[in-house]
Design a protein around this ligand. Structure first.
Ligand SMILES: [Zn+2]
Length: 360
């Protein structure tokens, strides 16, 4: 108990020093100025794990290895601050405070990095890890339930009023974990009913990311067959539209097993997303340099050899050479220095065998 109190004191001290408290007070003002009463009040708090380690190593360890417990501690501190400083008059219970901790980075040690090529991935406790990869697909933005208010159906129970049963989304939870029937009152065990007019909706976007090594087409790979498995990222609220197709990103996220009966899928709830440039860009192998030297007698010979063999595990050499050449040129063009340039080469292909083109 004393340890929890010390960690909460460390949170107050951290928020004060980092400027997080001022931001929090500003966020509260927005809610206080609004005439509308909410079931859930959401706050994003940026946390720098390195600064936190210097302040209280136990708290930093909790943040990195048991983020749900750390979030609960921050939630408690935020509620106390709201009440002590009278920041939001309309808030009644601690459950109504939904805190999302945004990690600025993770310590640069191997246990905090998830190699997307490694298998099995994601076994173990749910904790934040960093991963790097390329965006290959994304969905449109849809809605999800950020939070909901439930009331006890027994009129005599005190929990049939007020804001005692508040459910908020947590990483790895599906929609039916946050809102569905079948919940019972913690006080009298009577069934709960959702107060639908207080449901809070947020934005959600799904993104498929593959390991960045999938781009390494100019390296000489071992002759064994291999493939890259993509991973599904959940981007929520302020993270929606933070990723673009074909770009490389470093993502800090919490891997989770998502149960959607009868399947269990492994996906990642993104926490922070930032553009990433590989530290060591792909080097052209000595074999390719030798090939370039040997074919230097003709302007097109090197390009023709590359186009002929490009994508040979998918489309056999010799087929669709012009299309392959166009795709190669497109790859060269999209590796420009300017990250905002969108000068992709549009390719229009006509064929009677669309399957092989789609695979290419
Ligand atoms: Zn009840």
């Amino acid at each position: 108990m004393a340890e929890l109190l010390e960690m909460k004191e460390a949170i107050v001290s951290y928020l004060d020093r980092s400027g997080g408290l001022l931001q929090f007070v500003d966020d509260c003002k927005l809610y206080n100025d609004s005439a509308q009463s909410e079931a859930v009040y959401r706050f994003c708090i940026r946390v720098n794990p390195t600064d936190l380690i210097e302040l209280d190593a136990r708290l930093a360890d909790c943040l990195l290895h048991d983020p749900f417990k750390a979030t609960a501690l921050f939630q408690s501190v935020c509620f106390l601050s709201i009440k002590t400083l009278s920041l939001i008059e309309k808030i009644h219970t601690e459950n109504q405070v939904n805190v999302v901790l945004k990690l600025t980075h993770l310590p640069p040690f191997p246990e905090y990095f998830l190699d997307l090529c490694k298998f099995p991935r994601g076994y173990g406790p749910m904790r934040p890890v960093a991963m790097e990869g390329l965006t290959i697909a994304m969905t449109r933005i849809t809605k999800y339930t950020q939070g909901a208010r439930f009331l006890c159906t027994d009129d005599k129970c005190p929990f049939s009023r007020g804001f005692h049963h508040i459910r908020v989304h947590s990483p790895g939870a599906t929609e039916s974990v946050t809102v569905r029937g079948g919940f019972t009152c913690a006080l009298c065990s009577a069934p709960l009913k959702e107060d639908v007019k207080f449901r809070v909706l947020g934005d959600k976007q799904l993104v498929e990311m593959v390991p960045a090594q999938a781009l390494d087409v100019l390296s000489v790979h071992p002759p064994c067959s291999f493939r890259y498995q993509s991973v599904t990222l959940f981007l929520r609220d302020e993270l929606c539209n933070s990723m673009r197709m074909g770009r490389l990103y470093r993502v800090v996220g919490i891997p989770a097993h998502v149960h959607q009966w009868p399947n269990i899928t492994w996906s990642v709830e993104a926490n922070t997303v930032e553009p990433w440039t590989p530290e060591y860009p792909s080097l052209v192998s000595s074999n390719f340099q030798a090939l370039l030297a040997a074919s230097a007698c003709s302007t097109w010979r090197f390009s023709a050899i590359l186009a002929n063999t490009f994508g040979s595990p998918v489309i056999p050499p010799g087929l669709y050479s012009t299309l392959k050449l166009a795709l190669l040129l497109s790859l060269v063009q999209t590796s420009e220095d300017d990250p905002d340039s969108l000068n992709y080469l549009d390719v229009f292909a006509l064929t009677n065998d669309t399957l092989i083109i789609e695979r290419g």
